[in-house]
Design a binder for this molecule. Structure first.
Ligand code: SF4
Length: 412
């Protein structure tokens, strides 16, 4: 990189009193904020704002009206207001690495370009040693490894216990975020264990949190068309419920732009919001559109940039109890991700040294981004880059300065 953008780090760690880096009473902040004209002159969005301020919620009917509202600028303005009321001008990121454990999978979801059959020439399964070797070169630059994979036909819980405990011995400072709900279901079945027992054993071995993948759309007739054989909507929610009960934080996701309707997306958001009311275990919601390359879903509607950003904004408005909304740049690309940061998202996926799932399906987002690139991307939106740890309780503000670096020390 050139030397135009140089930064240094405020070493004062911000152990904020507020949970997860934001204002506890964000609705009071929202109440006092000036209302942009685009919002005050739009009856639908003004009603949404008043609902939030009055401790109400954006119900399904109102969400549908917002989805159909042509003034996208007004929707973004309102979503950004809500984001600012919660997090000021902070944008969060972390230094992480994706390591996919295997692409061998017993299922064949129609939207998936990643899975391979066991005899395919490109099928792979990482041994524990290979897994550690993937982490090793970046281990002093990352504080999280994000690992998901296919449903391997023969791996049982012992494999993952060995994987996590070995990683914790080698890299005790690295947070392990791993396994989607369907992987947990598969593993529990193969190991003859309940979901809760499976999670407890994995937690004891070193699993720290669970990513949100596999939610797709939480409407079973849509799941039947795009990922038959995967966990049902209720099972997805139940696995996350069990994790939350054990104190394992999780994320949640939504894959949109396949064959679902807008109403299905709204149902999905309502179900996540209901579970969060009960458990408060979701940290972050990650919406991403379907990418079609090498998949088997020709009838997919796909999603334009307008729709991607609209969906992110509406997620911010509806999910009033899930603190963070992520711009998943591995999927939507850096340019749309940057727009998302002024349309309701407060978090952007990190430095990500390696990623396969979205790139198999056509993502061209660069994988060699360093802190320097990410900080610049955030600063270009006129906001404050804040590095976080995986559970959002340690923060470090990145301040522009006059020297260059490409990585930060780990957050311990
Ligand atoms: S999405 Fe996951 S479960 Fe479905 S085929 Fe791909 S790897 Fe397998």
């Amino acid at each position: 990189m050139g030397d135009i953008f140089d930064y240094s780090v405020s070493r004062a760690m911000l152990e904020t009193a507020a949970p997860l880096g934001g204002h506890i009473d964000w609705k009071s902040v929202l109440r006092l904020m000036p209302i942009p004209n685009a919002v005050s002159s739009n009856p639908i969005l003004l009603s949404a704002l008043n609902s939030l301020i009055d401790n109400g919620r954006i119900d399904g009917q109102l969400a549908l009206k917002i989805y159909n509202e042509p003034d996208i600028n007004a929707i973004f303005s309102l979503a950004n207001m809500v984001k600012v009321s919660r997090f000021d001008n902070q944008i969060f990121f972390n230094q992480n690495l994706h390591v996919n454990t295997t692409n061998i999978c017993v299922l064949a979801c129609r939207f998936c370009a990643f899975r391979k059959g066991p005899r395919h020439s490109e099928a792979y399964e990482l041994s524990v040693e290979e897994y550690l070797h993937r982490i090793m070169p970046l281990s002093d630059r990352i504080d999280e490894v994000h690992s998901v994979g296919g449903l391997h036909p023969s791996w049982t819980i012992e494999h993952y216990q060995k994987l996590y405990s070995s990683a914790k011995i080698e890299f005790p400072h690295i947070h392990i975020k791993s396994l989607t709900a369907v992987e947990i279901k598969h593993l529990a079945k193969r190991s003859n264990l309940s979901i809760s027992k499976t999670l407890k054993k994995l937690q004891s071995a070193g699993l720290d949190s669970i990513p949100g993948g596999g939610a797709e759309i939480l409407v079973d007739n849509i799941r039947d068309r795009i990922c038959r054989g995967k966990e049902s909507s209720d099972e997805y929610l139940e696995i996350h419920r069990q994790a939350h009960k054990l104190g394992i934080p999780t994320n949640c996701t939504m894959l949109f732009g396949t064959v679902e309707s807008i109403e299905d997306r709204i149902t999905h958001l309502e179900l996540l919001r209901e579970l969060q009311d009960e458990t408060n275990g979701f940290q972050c919601f990650v919406p991403y559109p379907f990418l079609p390359d090498y998949t088997r879903l020709p009838e997919a509607q796909l999603a334009t940039s307008n729709e991607i950003l609209r969906t992110i904004a509406i997620s911010r408005l509806m999910l009033d109890n899930i603190p963070h909304i992520k711009a998943y740049r591995m999927n939507i690309g850096d340019f749309v991700a940057q727009m998302a940061l002024v349309a309701g998202a407060d978090d952007i996926d990190g430095t990500v040294g390696h990623e396969e799932i979205m790139h198999s399906a056509g993502s061209t987002t660069p994988l060699d981004s360093d802190v320097h690139d990410l900080v610049k991307l955030i600063q270009d939106t006129n906001q404050l880059p804040v590095r976080r740890n995986s559970i959002y309780n340690k923060f470090e503000i990145i301040i522009p300065k006059k020297h260059e670096y490409n990585s930060l020390p780990v957050l311990t």
